[in-house]
Structure formats: structure tokens, C-alpha cells
Design a protein around this ligand. Structure first.
Ligand SMILES: [Zn+2]
Length: 63
């Protein structure tokens, strides 16, 4: 978690895009490339980041 810039607490909302504290009205946006699985320490958890896919699946396209 990330500490709120205006309060002595962690951001209640934090995701891959940034962190937000509605209490103090602070929004933090991560700079640089988004964090991917390659940036996460692996080999110690089965959790994977599920990304929603938009549009039809390419495998359904007739050849
Ligand atoms: Zn805060």
C-alpha cells in the first residue's frame, strides 16, 4: 500500500493506475509503464492479473 500524502494512513483505493484518497481528495497516478506480472515477485502465489478483453475473440474469426 501507499501512504496518503495528506494523512497518516494508506490509500483506501489503490490499483494499477494509481491511488486515491477520497477523504483528503488526493489522487496519485503512477508514472512510467504500468505494472505487469513481470514486475511482480512471482513463484510464491497462484494469483494472476485478469484483464478484461474488449471486442470479439480473434479465434472466432473464420479463415
Ligand atoms: Zn488521505
Amino acid at each position: 500500500m501507499t501512504r496518503c500524502a495528506k494523512g497518516n494512513h494508506d490509500f483506501p483505493v489503490e490499483d494499477e493506475h494509481g491511488a486515491r484518497c477520497d477523504i483528503h481528495g488526493v489522487t496519485l497516478v503512477w508514472h512510467g509503464p504500468p505494472i505487469t506480472e513481470d514486475n511482480l515477485p512471482g513463484d510464491d502465489g497462484p494469483s494472476r492479473i485478469a484483464r478484461p478483453t474488449l471486442g470479439p475473440a480473434p479465434s472466432q474469426r473464420p479463415h
